[in-house]
Each structure stands twice: as C-alpha cells, then as structure tokens.
Design a protein around this ligand. Sequence first.
Ligand SMILES: C[S@@+](CC[C@H](N)C(=O)[O-])C[C@H]1O[C@@H](n2cnc3c(N)ncnc32)[C@H](O)[C@@H]1O
Length: 328
Amino acid sequence: MTSTPNLRQNFPPNLKFIETPRPVIDETREVLTSLAQSPPRLSPKYFYDSRGSELFEGITELPEYYLTRAEAEIFDRHLDDIAKALGEGDIIIEPGSGNCSKVQPLLERAMPRAFVPIDIAGDFLLEAAANTAMAHPDLAVTAIAADFTQNWAFTENIPQGRRIVFYPGSTLGNFDPAAQRDFIGQLAKVVGTQGGILLGVDLHKDSAVLQRAYDDASGITAEFNRNMLAVVNARTGSNFEPNNWQHQARYNSKMRRIEMELVAQSAQSVTIGTQTLTFAPGAVIRTEHSHKFTLDNIEDLATAGGMVVTHHWLDSQSQFCLALMQTA
Ligand SMILES: C[S@@+](CC[C@H](N)C(=O)[O-])C[C@H]1O[C@@H](n2cnc3c(N)ncnc32)[C@H](O)[C@@H]1O
C-alpha cells in the first residue's frame, strides 16, 4: 500500500474515521486464558498490527497462496452477475477489510452509496480507507477501527439503508465451526431482513496444495506467524522472543483445517501481566485454524443466519466460492 502522509490531519472530505477504545487489560487476560488451553492457543486477531497487515499482503501475492487469485478470478469472470445480484445504492460493510483491495471492483460496478471498512489494525485501516475515499470521491466512507470479537456496539455508526456485508478471503475459516455460525448470525442481525452477506470461502481440496499455501518456500508465512508474538508483546507488555519460535503448518484432514503453530526452539520463560509461563523445547502454541468448506457447509451457515444462499460463483478450478446469502 502506498503511504499517505498526515492522514489524521488531512482527511479526504468523504471519509469518517471512528476509533473504538482498545481494552488493554482484557487482552492480557484473554491471552493468558487462551494460552492455558490444550494446546495453548493465541487468537489470529493478534497477527495484525501494521507489520502483520503488510506481511499478509505479501502472502496474498505468493505463488503458493492460490486463494487470493482464485477469488479475484471469480470477480473477473462474474462481476456483472455479482453486481446485478446486489443491486445499486447499498451500504457495503467489510469486516477485516485489510488493504481494501478486494472490494474495489464491487465499489466500481455495484455503485454503493456508502462503504464501511472495519479492522482491528487502525493505522493500516486509516490508510486503506483514505486511499479508497480519494479514489471514489462520491462514496461516503466510514472506517471503524474495532475488534469484532469484543462487542458490536460500533455498528451504531453504520449508515442506514440496504446493507451488504462483504466478508472475503475465507477469513470466516479462522473461526471454529460454532463460532462461524455465531458470526454469520451476528452479521445477519447487522444487515437485517432486507440485506445480504457476500461471503468468500476456500473449498476443501488436496491436502498438499493446502499445506503449501500455508508454508511457502520464501518464509513469508513463517515471518507472519512469528510476528504474532511481537503483537502480543506490544498489546500486553509480555516478553516473548519471536526468533526462538519456529513456524509449522499442517492440514488436519479429519477436521478439514490447516493448523498453524509456533514451536519453541529452546526452553522459554515468558512474563505476561503478573504471570510467568514456561515452555519446554518443542512446546507448541496454536496460532490459527483455517477451516476449509464444502458447498453444504455454506448452506448450513446461511441457515444459521436465518438466510439462504441465493447465488454462488466459483473460479475455473472450483478452488474457491463466493456466495450471496439473503433472507428467504
Ligand atoms: C486474513 S486478513 C483478510 C484481509 C482482506 N479482507 C482480504 O481478504 O484480503 C484478516 C483481516 O481481518 C482483520 N482482523 C482480524 N481479526 C480481527 C478482529 N478481531 N476485529 C477486527 N478486524 C480483525 C485483520 O487486521 C486483517 O486485516
């Protein structure tokens, strides 16, 4: 993403930026609670500070990471149909909007009245939202820096009108299945009975292809994984040493998910809040699940939101699916 200087002073006139306060003490407790699980876990939301967001941008360009290209191909092939299915003049809301690149074709073709990117990485969000506002001067952009795993009070800032949530990138797969259904239920409430959810998810496929996508030869995914420890240090004051941990990604075909972990390379002692945790050599911290989907799963998710899948589109190799869910 290109740098936009002095954004906090020089907002484009069509951009509103809303920062919700970050609950510092809760995050320390949250980290300790998830590290006490078996296996110890950290939430994938801790991947993302500005560095993590940049590393993720790098991942999307890797030859092994087919997901972004497959999703982009769906937009290339079916954009007219997608825009027709959405209709004009909507409010497009994108939770976990990252660099806002995937929504650009929709903004151009579906011509929404407003765009609401929401992301936990506030500085990165501001830059991406400002670039979007400048590229689309007639579009009202309301960017909200918020953690959508906390509470959804921030939705009161979303303009009224027919709302479409755009949730691409298979980010839904980072939630475990029960949480996926809860999240879709939450999104269904945000859009109401007139709106819809445009969901991009990665489909179940050959495990070697999946594994390569999360363990690339150039090591960018490894760096992204280790950066989580630096983010946890910054948010909680802990003293993880990221370089003492090694990246590992394996496909669990029974659970249909990639399991990404950090493996201690030597004995570690880490202080978080008032506690000191010890990790033996070889100890693992699970950092991400990336669940893979079937078309039946997508129907079940729609049902969880009181919706049905009214349209779906695939890439030419049927690797990825974009589905539109609406109230029946
Ligand atoms: C996998 S990236 C996807 C980015 C983009 N939508 C795409 O598909 O390329 C996930 C995005 O969600 C954001 N995110 C992760 N957890 C979040 C949370 N709990 N609340 C808000 N945003 C979150 C990250 O900062 C990141 O930009």
